[in-house]
Design a protein around this ligand. Structure first.
Ligand SMILES: *[C@@H]1O[C@H](CO)[C@@H](O)[C@H](O)[C@H]1NC(C)=O
Ligand SMILES: *[C@@H]1O[C@H](CO)[C@@H](O)[C@H](O)[C@H]1NC(C)=O
Ligand SMILES: *[C@@H]1O[C@H](CO)[C@@H](O)[C@H](O)[C@H]1NC(C)=O
Length: 410
């Protein structure tokens, strides 16, 4: 009798613990940083090659707020979450022994990466690949308040570079104008999904420089994208030894860029955005700067063409992560898997991103317009390995493959 009672109580205790474990894992799922609706949203991003000027809504993460506005508690929870998500990460790949070596709050130095590009060049896709790495603080675009201009030198360069350096160091002092701009342009924060998870229900958190700095310092990986500063100026950031930042220059075919910009109303009033001659002069300037900086900092600058990334996302990402000192985690692989298989509006048929995605301009642009761009951009296109279309038939034909090899050291 006694034995049987014991048997039943063991069964009940066992059942209860299974329930508890299940509830626990449920809880972990709910608070996971990567929201479940992320896939479809990002496919949209990828196809649209957004650079976030106008896609605030589709960037809102969907997990529930935990209801706690207590800053200390948020910091503590985030700290444990990062540790948990990286529990089996191999830090040797990142050149250190343990997580703390990468944490500013423990006196370590995070791995920092900076994407330099221009509007509509695929930075959203690349930024989200980096953001799929656990423990990433995605600074997004710190220069939104400059609106649609390119910064090539004074009067804005000093302040812009200072802002970039400061933010990469999680220093948000004297940044009132950044926070002020964000109050009316929430997409400045929403792309930083791990930060936004906490401020989407309490916006003041995102306007709070002290909280932002403290939160930022918890993250071992820090990434940022900038579409308003030319590479030549980035030398100053590469020189900063404390930052030790790695720079990714992302280039795209000017015909694809211009086609994509046609549909953006932010672009039209701004010459830096709708004049191909300015875009292509920047591409030449970036080419020259890249050649020089690669010699000075061979392991701190990498150059990617958007087309190569879109056509070979897996191998390009592996190469990029190796360069950045990042291990490709399961979450990154899942991201690539789900974002390079395009799901068509709820229909379950899936297909690989085809060669047509980066070359859509071939089928939608008027040849007269393409000819204008090609004439203006002849030199830039030659340098970066983009081939000319000879006439309308040639342009639209399957045999015309716009890419060829390019070399940065002539
Ligand atoms: C971690 O990575 C290093 C270098 O890539 C490798 O030599 C080592 O075997 C890895 N350690 C584990 C536990 O996988
Ligand atoms: C992705 O690329 C890596 C390295 O090039 C390779 O080891 C891996 O098998 C590839 N994965 C897929 C799904 O093709
Ligand atoms: C268009 O260009 C292709 C490739 O150069 C050429 O073979 C073809 O004859 C051209 N067609 C016309 C109508 O000019």
């Amino acid at each position: 009798m006694l034995r049987r009672v014991n048997f039943y109580s063991i069964c009940i205790a066992f059942g209860l613990s299974v329930l508890l474990i299940l509830a626990g894992s449920r809880y972990t799922d709910n608070t996971n940083y990567r929201p479940s609706s992320e896939n479809r949203r990002n496919i949209k991003n990828f196809l649209k090659i957004d650079d976030g000027e106008d896609n605030f809504l589709q960037s809102v993460p969907t997990n529930p707020y935990d209801g706690s506005p207590n800053i200390e508690k948020i910091i503590e929870k985030t700290r444990s979450k990062i540790k948990f998500e990286l529990w089996n990460y191999n830090y040797t790949i990142s050149g250190v022994h343990r997580l703390e070596d990468l944490l500013m709050e423990s006196g370590g130095r995070p791995l920092r990466s900076l994407i330099i590009s221009t509007w509509r060049s695929g930075t959203t896709f690349l930024g989200e690949i980096l953001n799929s790495m656990p423990g990433t603080f995605y600074h997004y675009e710190p220069l939104l308040k400059y609106e649609i201009i390119q910064i090539r030198g004074p009067p804005h360069s000093d302040k812009a570079l200072k802002t970039i350096k400061r933010m990469l160091k999680c220093n948000y002092d004297d940044m009132e104008d950044y926070f002020e701009y964000g109050k009316t342009h929430l997409h400045q924060f929403s792309h930083n999904t791990r930060l936004w998870d906490h401020c989407k229900f309490k916006k003041e958190l995102c306007f709070d420089s002290e909280f932002t700095a403290k939160f930022c310092r918890l993250f071992p990986f820090q990434s940022m994208k900038v579409v308003r500063v030319r590479l030549r100026l980035v030398q100053e950031i590469l020189q900063d030894k404390e930052l030790n930042v790695k720079v990714i220059l992302l280039i795209r075919d000017p015909r694809g860029v211009m086609q994509s910009r046609q549909h953006r109303n932010f672009c039209q009033p701004a010459p830096d955005c709708w004049k191909p001659e300015l875009l292509c002069a920047d591409m030449i300037s970036d080419y020259v700067a890249a050649g020089r900086l690669l010699q000075q900092y061979p392991d701190r600058l990498i150059v990617l063409r958007y087309e190569d990334l879109a056509l070979n996302p897996n191998s390009t990402t592996h190469r990029l992560f190796k360069f950045l000192g990042l291990g490709v985690t399961q979450s990154v692989e899942e991201f690539l898997h789900s974002h390079t298989n395009v799901e068509v509006a709820g229909v379950s048929s899936t297909f690989r991103v085809s060669r047509d995605v980066p070359f859509r301009w071939k089928n939608v642009l008027d040849f007269d317009y393409v000819e204008d761009i090609q004439m203006t951009c002849k030199e830039a296109m030659g340098l970066w390995g983009y081939k000319m279309a000879h006439n309308a038939t040639h342009m639209a034909s399957k045999d015309f493959y716009p890419l060829e090899q390019y070399s940065l050291t002539q």
